[in-house]
Design a protein around this ligand. Structure first.
Ligand code: UDP
Length: 315
């Protein structure tokens, strides 16, 4: 049986990835400090397939903590990802993306395993080109309120690439664009859980700024298919991929889509735009299509329908 180590495994994206790896026949060592995740997301898996280790990856897990003999791939997703969470956990976010990333890289070195880094479209900051292609260096405020995440992930990419150059780690870097779906926390503060919860509770949808900023929303099963392709394809060492849905829309247009999917009239309430909120975000996915054979399949309508079904069962 192949073995994967997944950090951030109890979180939203991590737990869907563990489901996929188990379905593909892997044994998974799932690491999470539970700062934003919960083992409830993985209650469907027993210890014969998933080792659940409550552990903070900013501490290196030696052989006594993680007694595995062989590991094929280390997939590092641990980090707060919602702007509300990473503001609250700013220092923890910097540490998990720097010290935590190096510890995860050391695990890949220890086991001669492949390494997949969960990075983000936030490395592009407030991009001055659209769509964003992997070769774009970005436009980031290095010490603003989002820097703990943006710059944390940029440092993570830098050190991962250095481990690739110096130690020959078989690295793949993935930049995710606004992933959404079941298991997002209703209170995590991002636009998808906020709007879906507000629609279900009959409240106005809180639009920040004028709602003309854009995002591109990717359903979680598509995102996980991209991670799995990057984790299993040969011959991609040192490559960086955008993993997202290139269908770009304004937040105002997204509010309309959420109201429609929830079967409610659109009521909006305008709130101030948070500092350094990017004006646009849209992935160029040509490289992922070409080298990973990957492209997203789930429409926003279908993804929102599944997301509503999940939130209805929780609220
Ligand atoms: N946003 C909004 N209303 C909300 C939450 C977020 O209008 O209740 C906006 C936010 O200002 C940003 C976009 O939606 O422009 C996406 O925000 P999110 O926090 O989901 O993720 P981001 O892409 O900023 O990391």
């Amino acid at each position: 049986m192949k073995t994967a180590i997944v950090t951030g495994a109890a979180g939203f994206m991590g737990s869907h990835l563990v489901d996929k790896l188990v379905a593909e026949g892997y044994f998974v060592a799932a690491i999470d400090n539970l700062s934003t995740g919960t083992w409830d997301n993985l209650e469907q898996h027993g210890p014969e397939r998933v080792l659940k280790l409550t552990w903070d990856i900013t501490e290196y897990p030696d052989e006594t903590i993680l007694p595995l003999s062989e590991v094929d791939v280390v997939i590092h997703l641990a980090s707060a990802a919602s702007p509300v969470h990473y503001r609250r956990l700013a220092l923890e976010t910097l540490r998990v993306n720097s010290i935590g990333t190096e510890n995860a890289l050391k695990l890949a070195k220890r086991y001669h395993a492949r390494f997949v880094l969960g990075s983000t479209s936030e490395v592009y900051g407030d991009p001055q080109i659209s769509p964003q292609v992997e070769s774009y260096w970005g436009h980031v405020n290095p010490n603003g309120v989002r820097a703990c995440y943006d710059e944390g992930k940029r440092y993570g990419e830098a050190i991962a690439m250095e481990y690739h150059r110096q130690f020959g780690i078989d690295l793949r870097i993935l930049r995710f664009f606004n992933c959404y779906g079941p298991r997002m926390q209703s209170e995590d503060g991002r636009v998808v859980p906020n709007f879906v919860r507000q629609a279900l509770e009959g409240q106005a949808l809180t639009v920040y700024g004028d709602g003309m900023q854009t995002r591109s929303f990717c359903y979680v099963s598509d995102e996980v298919a991209g991670i799995y392709a990057a984790a299993t394809r040969e011959g991609l060492a040192g490559e960086v991929f955008n993993i997202g849905n290139p269908e770009e829309r304004t937040i105002m247009n997204f509010a309309q889509a959420v109201a429609k999917a929830g079967g409610v009239p659109l009521h909006t309430e305008f709130r101030p735009l948070p500092p350094d909120d990017p004006t646009n975000r849209c992935p160029d996915i040509t490289k992922a299509q070409t080298l990973l054979g990957w492209s997203p399949k789930v429409s926003l309508e279908e993804g929102l329908e599944k997301t509503f079904a999940y939130f209805r069962s929780k609220i």
